[in-house]
Each structure stands twice: as C-alpha cells, then as structure tokens.
Design a protein around this ligand. Sequence first.
Ligand code: NAD
Length: 259
Amino acid sequence: MGRLENQVALIMGGGADGPPNTGEKVAIGNGRATAIVCAREGARVMVADKSLALAEETVAAIRAEEGRAQAVAADVSDEAQIRGAIDATVRAFGALHLLVNNVGIGIGGNVLKTTTEQFDRMLQVNLRSHFLAIRYAMPEMEKAGGGAIVNVSSLAALRSNSMVAYEATKAALLGLSRSAAMTGARYKVRVNTILPGLINSTMVRREIGDREAQVAPRIPMRRQGTPWEIAKAVAFLLSDDASYVTATELIVDGGLSAR
Ligand SMILES: NC(=O)c1ccc[n+]([C@@H]2O[C@H](COP(=O)([O-])OP(=O)(O)OC[C@H]3O[C@@H](n4cnc5c(N)ncnc54)[C@H](O)[C@@H]3O)[C@@H](O)[C@H]2O)c1
C-alpha cells in the first residue's frame, strides 16, 4: 500500500520543460518526478501546467505504469487559471488533499541588471501564484478532512548567487509557507517548504546545459541531486509519515549548504 493511497494531489508545474537526460525516455524535472512519485504512492494526480502538452506527457508516463492522473492547462500567473485547476481537480477526483507548488522561473540578474518588469513578473510567477493556490486549495482540503501542501523553494533562499528576483521570491516563499502553516494547522492542513540544492533537472538542462562536471566538486556528496530525490522528499512531506511536520523547511542538497 502506497503512502498517498486515497489522496488526491494537484501538482502545479507538473510537466517538464527541457531535454531528457541521456538514457531517459521522457524528460524528468522536479515537477514531473513529483507527479509520478505521488501516483506510485497511490494518489490520484492532477497535473497542471501552462503547457497542456507537457502535462499530458506526465499523465502518459503515470498511466503507462497503471497510475491514475489527468492533465489541466493552467498558467499560474493568472488567478482564474489557478482557481480553474483546483476546481478541475475536485470535479475530476471528488476532493483535494495535497498540493505541490513547483512552478519557479529565473529571470533577470543582479540588483542592477534586473528591470522592474522582470521583478514584477518574478513576483507574479514565483510567489503570488503560490499564495493564490494555497488560498484556494486550503478550503477544499478542509472540506476533505485535511491535507498537506509543499512549496518548492531553493537553496537560493539562503545563499546568494546574485539573481536578485529569484533569491527574493524563493526567500519570501519561506515566510509565505510558515504563515500559511499557522492558518492550516486549524484545518488539519500541513504546509512545508522544500529547498533543493543543485539538481540535474529540466530547468537546469534547458537554461544551463550539463553542469555536472563543473559543480560536482563543490558539493560534499560530489554530484548533483536528481529530480527523483526531490520528489521523494516532497512525497515524505505530503504523507502521514510527516504527520507532525509543519511550518518547516527541508533542505535537499547533498550537504552543499553546510559547507
Ligand atoms: N534544478 C535545480 O537545481 C533547482 C534548484 C532549486 C530549486 N528548483 C526549483 O524547482 C522548480 C522547477 O523544477 P522543474 O525541474 O520541474 O522545472 P521545469 O522548468 O521543467 O518546470 C516544470 C514545469 O513548470 C511549467 N511552468 C513554467 N511556468 C509556468 C506557469 N507560469 N504556469 C504553469 N506552469 C508553468 C513548465 O511548463 C514545466 O513543465 C522551480 O520551482 C525551481 O525554482 C530547481
């Protein structure tokens, strides 16, 4: 029996936008791996993505291993579409228990090289979207008798690499999560944040390429993490194994932040 049996999960950004790794049939990023792992753990999964095609690829991967999933198009920078994804989940599966806010983009550079428009866009996609998804999902979770939310932040919330809008939004997400956890506690909804370190994800392969040789020596475990390692940490936080864990931050970084 899986750890998420009888649960309905909504994964925001559950597609994977980038090239596959050598040997992979389908490209795997944090969002797609999370959707697949949730289905393996027994959840019925709604995969939401601004690209319906990428969401459908995830659904196909889940169904290929007998999991249950559906896809919905939702651009998280649009409030109505966030609401639409939550409504679609409840219509399709009868309830909503679990939410993963995985969408995160990185635009702009350091504080002198980021335009106002870029900063505003980052707030909209990386922060406001998660606030809205939580605001609309939590009442549904209360109706379902409780639930769990995981927000995907980044080590960039704690350590700077001069990407001002990325770092500011990922750090603000920690505050958003803690505050939402205080409210959620009244409704049996746990809210936690995951902080991935350097992960060989679609986001990285698309924007940077293969950085393994370059970054591995800096990481105590001498390698990047995989999206599967992020997904399993997310599934732990979503599951009853983490039943007394809320308002906390789980760093998954091969020891990088401790160095
Ligand atoms: N790879 C790393 O090293 C690393 C490190 C720390 C944190 N993260 C975080 O992991 C998350 C992304 O990881 P991924 O591997 O799934 O990346 P990804 O770039 O493949 O994104 C996942 C999906 O999000 C979708 N998406 C993008 N903008 C959207 C929007 N406005 N509305 C709806 N969907 C949208 C994309 O279409 C894609 O299918 C981000 O939050 C990122 O900040 C990654």
